[in-house]
Design a protein around this ligand. Structure first.
Ligand SMILES: Nc1ncnc2c1ncn2[C@@H]1O[C@H](COP(=O)(O)OP(=O)(O)OP(=O)(O)O)[C@@H](O)[C@H]1O
Length: 239
């Protein structure tokens, strides 16, 4: 049986304002194993960003338990959560969030420099070059991000997300700022990465992209549409 990367047990998220409570996620159970390729889709307001934010430890759940590679991360302090996020989670956003003042190489190396266990220069070089290769961008290593096309910038953002060899790559509407051809190419990069073993969970509005994932989850009103007996993500298939 393949290794469990991500497990959520009865996760809920309630946002409270002075006027009202919003139950953004209700009793979500999710298991993602090594090598899975999961898409999450559903109508606006169904809880997709909230779920991805919890998966990425950008926010904490109101209830339930969340495990990353077997470690319970449900109630970490902000500092502890930041450390797990940097070492275990790769995040790719719609906006590329690259730093224009430094080179492509240094952008990708950035998460390595925030590690607790410091790597030496040679190890950093090896890791960054491997990730540049994975996204076919070795030839642009010395460029600045603003000298690249949108699709190329997204490739660099993917390389940066992978450089710490995370447990999972979380992808939030990665093609939202790209034309459809370039978006398709970025999806091809994700497909290839998954074929090489990267575990991916992506939120997308586009059904043609959701269909590429091997497990397609639909969210509705904060709950995953599923049958109660199915707890393993690998076992779920939605058309
Ligand atoms: N910080 C917040 N405070 C209060 N309510 C919130 C907050 N963030 C999200 N919500 C509410 O939680 C619900 C889920 O929001 P979420 O952003 O996760 O939906 P979504 O599926 O990502 O939507 P979209 O596709 O439009 O981006 C919505 O009803 C939203 O209004």
């Amino acid at each position: 049986m393949s290794e469990i990367k991500i497990q959520m047990k009865n996760i809920s998220k309630v946002f409270e304002t002075e006027e009202m409570e919003t139950h953004a996620l209700k009793d979500v159970n999710l298991t993602i194993k090594a090598g899975d390729y999961v898409s999450i889709s559903g109508p606006s307001g169904c809880g997709k960003s909230t779920l991805l934010g919890l998966l990425g430890l950008l926010d904490m759940p109101s209830g339930g338990e969340y495990f990353v590679e077997g470690v319970n991360v449900s109630s970490l302090s902000l500092n502890e959560a930041a450390e797990v996020r940097n070492s275990k989670i790769g995040f790719v956003f719609q906006s590329f969030n690259l730093i224009d003042e430094i080179s492509v190489f240094d952008n990708i190396a950035l998460p390595l420099r925030y590690r607790k266990d410091k790597l030496n220069t040679q190890e950093i070089e090896q890791r960054v070059n491997k990730c540049l290769e994975l996204v076919s961008m070795t030839h642009r290593s010395k460029h600045k991000p603003n000298q690249l096309s949108g699709g190329q910038q997204q490739r660099i953002a993917i390389a940066r997300a992978l450089v710490n060899e995370p447990a999972i790559l979380l992808v939030d509407e990665a093609t939202g700022n790209l034309d459809s051809n370039t978006g398709d190419q970025i999806m091809d990069v994700l497909d290839e990465l998954n074929q090489k073993g990267t575990t991916i969970c992506m939120v997308t509005h586009e059904s043609r992209y959701a269909d590429r994932a091997t497990t397609q989850l639909k969210l509705l009103d904060g709950a995953i549409l599923t049958t109660p007996e199915l707890t393993s993500c690998s076992a779920l298939q939605y058309v």
